[in-house]
Design a protein around this ligand. Structure first.
Ligand code: CNA
Length: 420
């Protein structure tokens, strides 16, 4: 189940009329398009002022040297955090929710929910801006965790959000009241399992009618592999500054390159949601305090006017197009079923591995991070040419050099300084 860039499909489309915005919108307004899934990455939040990881010069990887890390990935490695939590806490202060306003793209996802299209929004982001934009909490899967909760890394006791927020703002390190272990926001670090909700929700993708993949380089697995789990008949729409993963390799893939806020604006216009997009985005000026965002409480009910909810009825007006042949449908269902089962099995297996590791107090070298072909629920990145950035660490690095030798670290630091 690789997700590498692949040869673009050059034949004609099968489900969509064309690979453009009017065709996507026409399909959305047809009866065929009921369940829309969204996959988000750091690119949807760059316009909010939060740097992504990999954009040259502006990305976090390019700016981590001042944290004095042995290597950039260390900021998200649990063993390094145990030794030196300061860099992560420093980064956390910069990314902490409440300082940023959702972007138009976050609001567009809210509109997908308001118009009863949105099944699930899978996000890699840890900034909770989806919730702040008013996307219902029960439709969001924060695959890499979020700042909404925090726990002791030793005894797993929960820690109060207000205390955590105050400490992060002051630059203090939080220790567990019970065992004095370090407290960490529930952000998924390399080698850690993804939240159980991710595992539970993944099979839903086999029912997807449309997938939007927005603002992600599709380099972190298993998240990136989700794009392969939707049926062949499900159009996949990539909205990004650059090509990503294998989107473009299927007949009904659409690649819309550019700034996501500009692209969703065009989509909204075509959908007749232009004014609504502006109106909903204006509401995000008043930021929802973090405490009310916990446990999926977005407060969106208060800010969504009843009359706007009624506008939902406007969709599904076109007659259903003639269906595919039964054999083709059965074959496709079997393929997706097999893919989902494979992923679910791997997730379960890796959950066991990571449980074993944490129970035995094991270090990350015993945690198996896998290449895309065997992706699991333990976070890892694609190996290969593009694996030079923060979470784009090489597979080998996680598995074989979790704690680099001092000479190696020094050398690496020197190289990083030179680059800057
Ligand atoms: P990434 O690897 O940095 O890729 C971001 C992608 O977005 C790149 O392909 C960019 O070209 C593209 N991009 C940047 N700005 C825009 C824009 N305005 N419009 C369209 N495309 C744009 O980040 P990924 O999300 O793919 O990597 C996954 C990591 C990033 C996850 O583990 C996250 O936790 C992590 N992350 C999250 C945040 C956040 O919460 N906001 C910030 C930085 C990193």
């Amino acid at each position: 189940m690789g997700n590498e860039a692949s040869t673009p499909y050059e034949g004609s489309t099968e489900v969509l009329e064309g690979r453009d915005i009017p065709s996507i919108v026409k399909y959305m307004k047809s009866k065929k398009c009921k369940k829309v899934f969204v996959m988000l990455g750091a690119g949807v939040s760059t316009a909010a002022g939060i740097p992504d990881f990999r954009s040259p010069e502006t990305g976090l990887y390019a700016n981590l040297a001042r944290l004095n890390l042995p290597y950039p990935e260390a900021v998200f490695e649990i063993n390094y955090f145990r030794q030196n939590p300061l860099p992560f806490y420093t980064l956390a202060r910069e990314l902490y929710p409440g300082r940023f306003r959702p972007t138009l793209t976050h609001t567009f996802v809210k509109l997908l929910a308001d118009h009863s299209y949105l099944d699930t929004c899978f996000t890699q982001n840890i900034d909770t801006l989806e919730r702040q934009a008013g996307v219902p909490g029960d439709k969001i899967v924060e695959a890499h965790g979020s700042f909404a909760d925090q726990h002791c890394i030793e005894c797993h006791a929960s820690c109060d959000s207000a205390k955590m927020k105050a400490a992060i703002e002051k630059g203090d390190i939080v220790r567990c009241e019970q065992c004095k272990g370090l407290v960490k926001p529930d952000i998924v670090f390399f080698g850690e399992s993804l939240p159980p909700l991710f595992q539970r929700t993944v099979p839903r993708l086999r029912e997807a009618d449309l997938l939007f993949v927005i603002g992600t380089s599709l380099k972190v697995h298993p998240f990136a592999s989700l794009t392969d789990l939707v049926p062949e008949s499900c159009p996949r729409v990539l909205i990004n500054m650059e090509p990503a993963g294998n989107i473009g390799s299927r007949p009904d893939d659409v690649v819309l390159l550019g700034r996501c806020d500009e692209v969703v604006r065009k989509l909204a216009r075509e959908l007749g949601w232009d004014n609504e997009l502006d109106r909903e985005w204006r509401k995000t000026e008043i930021l929802v305090p973090l405490d009310t965002l916990r446990k999926g409480n977005t407060g969106s009910e208060e800010i969504v006017a009843e009359s706007e909810k009624e506008a939902v009825a406007a969709k599904h007006t076109e007659p259903e197009a003639a269906g595919d042949s039964e054999a083709a449908v059965a074959k496709e269902e079997a393929r997706v079923e097999a893919e989902v089962e494979k992923l679910t099995e791997q997730i379960a297996k890796t959950l066991d591995i990571s449980r074993d590791v944490s129970e035995s107090g094991g270090r990350s070298e015993t945690v198996e991070t896998k290449p895309p072909e065997t992706s699991s629920s333990v976070m890892s990145t694609v190996t290969g040419a593009s694996a030079a950035s923060l979470r784009g660490q090489s597979h080998e690095r996680v598995t074989s050099t979790p704690t680099p030798d001092p000479e190696g670290l020094k050398e690496q630091k020197e190289k990083e300084k030179e680059k800057l």
